[in-house]
Write a protein that binds this ligand. Structure first.
Ligand code: NAD
Length: 467
């Protein structure tokens, strides 16, 4: 925390203490810079740690265990009786995970001598940031300013969010009880992850999606297989359903869908994307340009239209992912300090933590077809992998797309257990321009799920061994 006697001149002032901002702060400090990080929330970690990635993963894990204990352990020869949900305990565990991790960032700041400043940061021109919090405003002088203010849930016209019955992911991470009927608007990562949690815990869940598919942007074949699996898990889907409005009525809610009858439920989760947080930053008066979607415009150095002011993460263009923000924060800072630093966006993976998980890196089949790139395809099913059988997770597949001429891996798409972990090897392969032959010839331990990628790489050349 900044104390009265603390220095107020910094090499770098970062606005935002989420994964983009706190990682950039630490990296700049490692490189010898004097850094301050401004955060308006009482804890560091941003949306990801406080009300996003981490608490949702905690609940996904717990709810998966609940289903496993009730339905799946019998197949292992384990008899379990009287399995009951203790939602309060589940929520407490989630909160404790968040608490420990956010405190961990404080410890990292201390270790790296990053000064944490509590309050809302605003550009005041001439390399100055004014921080307004509960007490007196603090002026910070910065040689460089990095905006990493993140994003917030997008709203939908006609949908009156009351943060109770009609709410966003923040509230859906802390419902006091299991809804009877939860309507989820939007079949993206948030809708599917939180829809899965509450469905597993006993809610009837209906997902309303405007498009004729789920998971826009992901490989279509993988998304279509994922949809079949989610339906088998009792999640109900209405695709091509455009929500026109939602309101609380009586003791429930009514959701209006274009062209069909309204849907009644007791809770609504609005998960139709996110928008950049740019309010209160003083962007306009400072002359920082934003695009038509409200995102800050930056060049390849993450420099904004104002000299000395940079931006990264959800507040600029591209995928709204914590790890993309982290990469950008590091690249931006390293470039400022050393002259080198860049992000290989083709190698940024994307993971949805449902069961089965969905993970991808590189280009989809649709993108390759649209751009006329010749490709070869290798697919390997989970059911043919020994470890997957032992785990009892035989749903899904790994798909490798390689350049038809050079064999360079262009994309890897995975549906199945631990896909989010498996995609790491694929990301390294894409980052190092590996061929499918490279991956196929690398020895993978047996029996592991990792062999799925090796076999899919072998399948590119029609020589998978186990299928
Ligand atoms: P999203 O953009 O991924 O999906 C929103 C969905 O809502 C789309 O499919 C869209 O067609 C649909 N939609 C929009 N308007 C609609 C309407 N009127 N009626 C019905 N459907 C409508 O958004 P999200 O799931 O809210 O996620 C927001 C961001 O956060 C994304 O960038 C996502 O990548 C990121 N995120 C990532 C993860 C992860 O990596 N696991 C988890 C959560 C969020």
């Amino acid at each position: 925390m900044l104390k009265a006697e603390s220095p107020k001149k910094f090499d770098l002032v970062v606005i935002g203490g989420g994964p983009g901002g706190y990682v950039a702060s630490i990296r700049a400090a490692q490189l010898g810079w004097k850094v301050a990080c401004v955060e308006k929330e009482p804890v560091l970690g941003g949306t990801c740690l406080r009300v996003g990635c981490i608490p949702s993963k905690a609940l996904l894990e717990s709810s998966e265990r609940f289903v496993e204990a009730r339905e799946d352990l019998a197949a292992h020869g384990i008899k379990v009786g009287g399995v009951e949900l203790d939602l309060a305990r589940m929520m407490k565990r989630k909160d404790e995970i968040v608490r420990v991790l956010t405190l961990g960032i404080d410890a990292l700041f201390k270790k790296n001598k990053v000064v944490r400043v509590r309050g809302q940061g605003r550009l005041a021109g001439g390399g100055k940031v004014i921080v307004e919090g509960e007490g007196e405003a603090v002026d910070l002088a910065a040689r460089h300013i990095l905006i990493a203010s993140g994003s917030r849930s997008a709203s939908l016209p006609g949908v009156v969010v009351d943060h109770d019955r009609i709410a966003t992911s923040t509230e859906a991470l802390a419902y006091p009880g299991v809804p009877q009927h939860l309507v989820v608007i939007g079949a993206g990562a948030i809708g599917l992850e939180l829809g899965s949690v509450w469905s597993r815990l006993g809610a009837k869940v209906t997902v309303l999606e405007y498009l004729d598919r789920i998971l826009p942007g992901m490989d279509a074949e993988i998304a279509s297989e994922a949809l079949k699996s989610f339906k088998r898990q009792r999640l109900a889907f209405r695709l091509g359903a455009r929500v026109r409005g939602a309101r609380a009525e009586g003791s429930g809610c009514v959701v209006e869908v274009e062209g069909t009858s309204p849907v009644e439920c007791d809770r609504v989760l609005v998960a139709v994307g996110r928008v950049p947080c740019t309010e209160g930053l003083g962007l306009e008066s400072a002359g920082v340009k934003t695009d038509a979607n409200g995102r800050i415009v930056v060049d390849e150095r993450f420099a904004t239209s104002v000299e000395g002011v940079y931006a990264i993460g959800d507040v600029i263009g591209g995928a709204m992912l914590a790890h993309k923000a982290e990469e950008e924060g590091i690249a931006c800072v390293e470039r400022l300090v050393t002259g080198f630093g860049h992000v290989d966006y083709q190698a940024v993976p994307n993971v949805v933590y449902t069961q089965p998980e969905v993970a991808s890196v590189g280009r989809t089949e649709e993108e390759l077809r649209e751009t006329g790139v010749g490709y070869k395809k290798g697919v390997f099913p989970y059911r043919a992998n020994g470890r997957a059988r032992c785990l009892g997770h035989t749903e899904g597949m790994v798909k490798v797309l390689a350049d038809a001429k050079t064999d360079r891996i262009l994309g890897v798409h995975i549906l199945g257990a631990r896909a989010g972990d498996l995609v790491a090897e694929a990301a390294v392969a894409v980052a190092f321009s590996s061929s499918s032959e490279d991956v196929a010839r690398a020895c993978h331990a047996h029996p592991t799920l990792a062999e799925l990628l090796k076999e899919a790489a072998l399948a590119v050349d029609g020589r998978a061994i186990h299928a």
